[in-house]
Design a protein around this ligand. Structure first.
Ligand code: PNW
Length: 464
């Protein structure tokens, strides 16, 4: 039951802004996340990514941790403003040197580099020019992709264009809980389109500059949407359209879903979609990256009772769920992680089987899965995170069940290698399998790291 294919890729993941620090060193320009975290009141405890895990200066130590874990792959992201400070023009060589050292250090340890081009740190200059709601940003993203293909393309064999464009568009431009903190639903839907377009243009740019055998991918945080009862089927359809098919449609089928266009007609006429854009967004991919944390439960709102918005997104007035005012996001049964997200691995199996059914020829990869827990340090100086081990065990079992059901899942990356800057939550939420002491920056393996090393070494889950 819990055996994985021979060549299954085991890895861990991080993102540049969450771990690197060195925010203004070696010519790096500011990103929208620097602006966001430097704005008082937006991040818990006023935390910023200025230092983060100081990964920029502790690269060798962190590479050695990866080698100790025995992982076959490491998923990291490139900070766009580090290599192209204003989002335009020539390469910033000192910034690119860091990624040269990272990639070379991984290869020297037999770890495959999996590079994400965009994990949310848009150069601030591009946001000042309008950001993702503007077509210009997609064009600049393609130039940046080409630059990275030229710089790292001889060594990186797996490229991920975007990480979770759902978050970039809806949390960044509609609900405003992420950078650039805008609350404009029409702008968010324009951002959806220019992210899709930017993805397609970036794949084209990478195909012409990177290694011929390089794999092209994108990472989506697909929502496994369920209805409370059969009467909620239309609510499920709409939430699925807005969160999943808004990206799967153009990227994998070359067209926006008709129902999504109709559902959002009162917000936008989608006139920013030009002839040929959907075809451009639809570039052949070698693998689809899937991030999964928990499922989503919806119910048609009756308009009278107090409306439930228990998806953790709607504490303010603005919601990421555009044109879903009559849909309730229902609190799901526990247990919960420290994020308040319920633990339910069955959604992962079902999601993978759905993707396999809809796109039978497209291999899948879990590019993020993991959990935040309080993680107290015990008297012995160690973190005994049995709850995280249990979470990972359950979700890997769910992956193996999807594989047994026919899904072609090629790999799994734990989020995250180490405790890091959890966006608007700052350092208050710990997702790492390695602990990072906020005072000393010291790295300590949690029990889950030891457990994961065993899983990686044996290719199977220990009997619980
Ligand atoms: C993902 N939500 O973010 C990101 O890819 C990571 O950078 C992040 O650290 C990780 O998941 C844990 O949060 C998300 O509100 C952030 O639904 C927010 C949501 C989903 C994913």
């Amino acid at each position: 039951m819990s055996a994985f294919p021979e060549n299954f890729l085991w890895g861990t993941a991080t993102a540049a802004y969450q771990v690197e620090g060195a925010w203004n060193e070696d010519g790096r320009g500011p990103s929208i996340w620097d602006t966001f975290s430097h704005t008082p009141g937006l991040v818990t405890n006023g935390d910023t990514g200025d230092v983060a895990c100081d990964h920029y200066h502790r690269l060798e130590e962190d590479l050695d941790i990866l080698a100790g874990l025995g992982v076959g792959a490491y998923r990291f992201s490139i900070s766009w403003p580090r290599v192209q400070p204003g989002g335009r023009g020539a390469l910033n060589r000192p910034g690119a040197d860091f990624y040269d050292r990272l990639v070379d250090g991984l290869l020297a340890r037999d770890i495959a580099p999996v590079a994400t081009l965009y994990h949310w740190d848009l150069p601030q200059e591009l946001e000042d020019a309008g950001g993702w709601p503007e077509r210009e940003t997609a064009l600049r993203f393609a130039d940046y992709a080409e630059l990275m293909g030229e710089t790292l393309g001889d060594r990186v064999r797996t490229w991920i264009t975007l990480n979770e464009p759902w978050c970039s568009a809806y949390l960044g431009y509609a609900s405003g809980v992420h950078a650039p903190a805008r609350t404009d639903a029409a702008a968010a839907l324009a951002a959806v389109h220019h992210l899709n377009l930017g993805h397609g243009l970036a794949v084209q740019a990478l195909r012409s500059t990177a290694a011929k055998d390089a794999q092209m991918s994108v990472t989506l945080n697909l929502h496994h949407v369920r209805g409370v009862s059969e009467r909620d089927a239309d609510a499920v359809r709409r939430a699925d359209g807005l969160s999943n098919r808004a990206f799967l449609g153009p990227m994998l089928e070359g067209a926006y879903p008709r129902d999504l266009i109709a559902d959002t007609a009162k917000v936008t006429d989608w006139s920013f979609v030009r002839d040929g854009d959907e075809a451009t967004a639809c570039q052949p991919l070698d693998v689809l990256g899937v991030n999964y944390y928990n499922p989503t439960l919806v119910r048609q709102w009756d308009g009278a009772s107090a409306k439930e918005t228990a998806d953790g997104h709607q504490d303010g007035a603005a919601s990421p769920w555009i044109a879903c005012e009559d849909i309730e996001f229902v609190k799901q049964p526990g247990p919960y992680t420290e994020m308040g997200w319920n633990i339910d691995e069955s959604g992962l199996t079902e999601l993978l089987l759905r993707l396999h059914r809809d796109y039978p020829d497209l291999p899948l990869m879990i590019t993020e899965n993991g959990a935040a827990f309080p993680d107290p340090v015990s008297a012995d100086g160690v973190v005994h995170d049995a709850d995280r081990v249990d979470y990972l065990h359950r979700h890997l079992t769910a992956v193996s069940e999807a594989i047994a059901g026919g899904a072609d899942v090629r790999g799994y990356f734990v989020w995250s290698l180490m405790d890091n800057f959890e966006w608007a939550h700052g350092y208050a939420k710990r997702f790492g399998i390695v602990r990072v002491d906020r005072e000393t920056m010291e790295r300590t393996w949690k029990d889950s790291a030891h457990w994961y090393r065993e899983v990686v070494a044996t290719g199977k889950l220990p009997v619980a």
